[in-house]
Write a protein that binds this ligand. Structure first.
Ligand code: HEC
Length: 224
């Protein structure tokens, strides 16, 4: 029994696809990037079409089942099924490509590493367990004065931080796309809002180089 040419072509393409998947994922334990796989498969499909339609005769043989499906009055039921299934399949594929996923990306990095007990900065040693923000008391005692300090802090932020952490504090500054891990998003309640000020003092004054030796590489672009 000879397989129809169209089925042969489909089998070749599917077979090569499975072979690529198996060789890379199972054999080399290194999945093929999907853009590369798409490129390879494009050439495989083109080559298969070139071979199977090389002569007038073989081209007609390739097209025969499709022609029959569309024209043969006896194939009405299959035709109707195919004409319903193909748009549904295309719709489903488009939907699953475009539908946003709400799953958090795999994150193996410790985002808030435990700080050391003491740290050195600006030529001084600080005890992080006892360290308090000396300006925080003005929030209640002298709100006017507190506001001027907050303003000064804003100026420091615009001078030093917004390139990375963004002018909306959302971690989307103009340099941000170049870094992995991305600069922290301070609008996220999981960062500055919930962290102790002594922790922030440590992270900001010692930056990426100040991160503990454990669990390296941090690959943090956060400067001192
Ligand atoms: C060159 C880009 C860059 C600049 C400039 C920069 N940061 Fe960062 N920052 C990062 C990156 C990347 C991270 C995330 C990696 C990490 O935690 O070290 C980060 C993390 C942080 C964290 C830790 C947040 C957390 O949730 O643990 C704080 C706080 C922070 N930055 C504050 C600042 C402040 C304040 C400034 C300005 C004085 C600043 N950063 C300037 C890149 C930058």
């Amino acid at each position: 029994m000879k397989l129809p040419k169209l089925l042969q072509a489909v089998l070749v393409v599917v077979g090569v696809y499975i072979a690529f998947k198996l060789v890379f994922s199972v054999g080399l334990k290194q999945p093929l990037p999907s853009s590369l796989l798409t490129m390879y498969m494009f050439f495989v499909v083109v080559a298969t079409l070139l071979v199977t339609t090389a002569t007038e005769e073989s081209a007609q043989e390739m097209a025969a089942p499709i022609k029959a499906l569309v024209e043969d009055p006896g194939k009405k039921t299959i035709r109707n099924i195919v004409f319903v299934l193909v748009p549904l399949l295309a719709g489903w594929m488009t939907y699953s490509k475009l539908a946003p996923s709400f799953e958090a990306p795999v994150e193996l990095r410790t985002i808030h590493p435990a700080p050391p007990a003491t740290m050195k900065a600006f030529g001084k040693s600080y005890d992080l367990l006892k360290l308090e923000n000396p300006l925080r008391k003005y929030q209640k005692e002298d709100p006017e004065k507190f506001r001027t300090y907050v303003k000064e802090g804003g100026a420091v932020y615009y001078k030093n931080c917004h390139y990375c952490h963004g002018d909306k504090l959302n971690g989307r500054g103009q340099y941000a796309p170049g870094f992995n891990p991305m600069p922290a998003n301070f609008q996220d309640v999981g960062t500055i809002a919930q962290l102790q000020e002594s922790f922030l003092f440590w992270r900001i004054s010692t930056g990426g180089p100040g991160l503990p030796k454990e669990a390296t590489p941090w690959l943090s672009a956060m400067p001192v």
